[in-house]
Design a protein around this ligand. Sequence first.
Ligand code: MN
Length: 431
Amino acid sequence: MTLDATHDPDLKSWVESADGHPEWPIQNLPLGVFSTAGKGARIGTAIGEKILDLRAIAERGLIEDEDVAEALRSRVLNALFALGADAMADLRARLSVLLSDEAHRAEVEPHLVAMDATEMQLPTHVGDYTDFYVGIHHATNVGKVFRPDNPLLPNYKYVPIGYHGRASSIRVSGHPLVRPSGQVKAPDAEVPVRRPSARLDYELEMAIWIGEGNALGEPIPIEEAGQHIAGYGLLNDWSARDLQGWEYQPLGPFLAKNFLSTVSPWVITPQALAPFMKPMKPRPDGDPAPLPYLTGGEEKCALGVRLEVLLTTAKMREAGEAPYRLSKGEADAAMYWSAQQVVTHHASNGCNLQPGDLLGTGTLSMADEDGFGSLLELSKAGKQPIALPNGETRTFLEDGDEVTLVARCEADGAVPIGFGKCAGQVLPARG
Ligand code: MN
């Protein structure tokens, strides 16, 4: 991924609110789907405090490529993603010109919508969702809870571990989380009971959106994996730990995970992230090298993305208090496997990925406690309550709690960009 005119730190948009905007300067240009009262869902890009209606731009004849213009008339991003990385890079270049060159202002400006008058939608029709487990500190921390003598299983450093999740229960940021009920068995109990989860948790993850797919039976070489990634976002893989502990063996996560997964609405493209990508950190001494099919590819494939988890309890909300930061960290420091490696691994048996599919990285925890990406880790599996500034404590989530994931990229010589947010509030169980 090379830098070009769209990354120029001196480039400014004629949209005034974009200049110095913490998330949506002209160097970002994320893709999303929005709706306004009375109008159906449309594809747009965020620019400052506005959203540019890309359907309208295409209909005005401002996008030359006919396939791209047609894809922008859709209500989801799948058709655009299917056109591949080059078409998306060309679209970015065009949007950068339309939003920076004063000559285009008169024809483009009428198609800007105030962001606060819109509602964001899921960016794609998600055909399939797979969650990985690339956060090695998380894998080790969780392994210690379930298997104190044997935290990291021997396959971890060879196989990017994942499981097939459920697409139907993916929702965009803001959708509430109804506390799930399910089977729970206390360690000293003979038999399980069914009740509302008492160990409801979040998982800080990044979303990887699949661009161009691969045909069934045709693996994706590691050198080409980046071409199949349309972009990135934030993902909260809500988890009911008490359900999980009882059901997870032998086939892995099921009802402890599939009651809701929340994504941030904006797709941050690989082009936007180019100035912030880093080389993968070398593996620690003594770790095996990845097998050849997972070796090579782009030199800079580690995500230089700063992540934060914020908590607002009902009491804090009533008192008008600011959210409390539960953790902070960097994606590249947490990820043992890159996004490219998980894409290549997923397709390595010939499994076909399709445009708009969603992959989760797995929980991204830092080595240190202030960067743990779940309450299971922060509260030491519920043994060590977290003290909040207002005197409340938490081991797991309570009704009324709101969890918000945010992310940001900063690097020398680049204009910082943001990801928007991935938020959800816990509602009481319904039985
Ligand atoms: Mn997960």
